[in-house]
Ligand binder design. Structure first.
Ligand code: SF4
Ligand code: SF4
Length: 219
């Protein structure tokens, strides 16, 4: 899921300094799980905006704010409240905010900072395990990602600084290649370490971002 957290109220109010009437938007998926932009947070934001002297014309929790058709549909369903507002405040990830903004000519304000693609350890605890490199090598590494977790992103074994299984950049951390070795050994798959993983094609990470995936079943 996409991990995000709310911007400070000071930053949000500064962005809305010239706007008296606000329409609020949350997202029922990742932003809800992060407790950054679900029903409860939209309600709390409404209270905070009213306390700051703003009018809230209404709100909506979009099922998936990143879904452009749904964003447009849900905003149309609340057209009167949206039209009445001076600005829309969106509590969703960067993709969701852009979906919303593309669906309306209204001023749109980002209420969240989008952080990373995260695994949920337990309620409210998220960990970055994948950095979306576009060329997954987990099959070769016992499903532990060195691209993301090794500070040097090394693809073929540890650097010379590994110290007794600890990472040279931070002795509190276990070297990810030590973890990979132990994982492969426990699964009887150490022969995988003989395979050289080729250099990654980082062109997928170049800016401007223009990656697209289109399937025939797209709705
Ligand atoms: S190699 Fe790592 S960063 Fe790349 S797709 Fe796989 S898990 Fe994600
Ligand atoms: S010690 Fe291991 S985790 Fe740390 S930088 Fe070197 S290879 Fe990466």
């Amino acid at each position: 899921m996409i991990v995000s957290h709310q911007k400070s109220m000071d930053e949000i109010l500064a962005a809305l300094a010239n706007d008296g009437k606000i329409f609020l938007i949350g997202c029922a998926k990742c932003a809800t799980v992060c407790k950054a932009g679900g029903e409860e947070e939209v309600w709390q934001m409404q209270e905070a905006l009213i306390a700051a002297g703003k009018d809230v014309t209404g709100s909506v929790i979009i099922d998936e704010a990143c879904h452009m058709l749904r964003s447009g549909r849900d905003l149309r369903a609340k057209k009167e409240m949206v039209d009445e507002a001076d600005a829309l405040l969106v509590l969703a990830c960067g993709a969701g905010i852009q979906s919303v903004s593309a669906s309306t000519p209204k001023k749109t304000v980002a209420g969240l900072n989008t952080l990373f693609l995260g695994n949920i350890r337990r309620f409210g605890q998220f960990e970055q395990k994948c950095s979306l490199c576009g060329e997954c090598i987990l099959t070769e590494t016992g499903c532990i990602c060195p691209v993301t977790v090794c500070p040097k992103g090394l693809l073929n074994g540890p650097c010379g600084g590994m110290d007794n299984g600890r990472c040279e950049t931070d002795n509190e951390r276990e070297c990810v290649w030590f973890q990979i070795f132990e994982r492969l050994r426990s699964r009887g798959a150490l022969e995988k370490l003989k395979k050289i993983v080729p250099q990654k094609d980082f062109s997928r990470m170049l800016k401007p971002g223009n990656l697209k995936l289109e399937k025939e079943t797209a709705r």
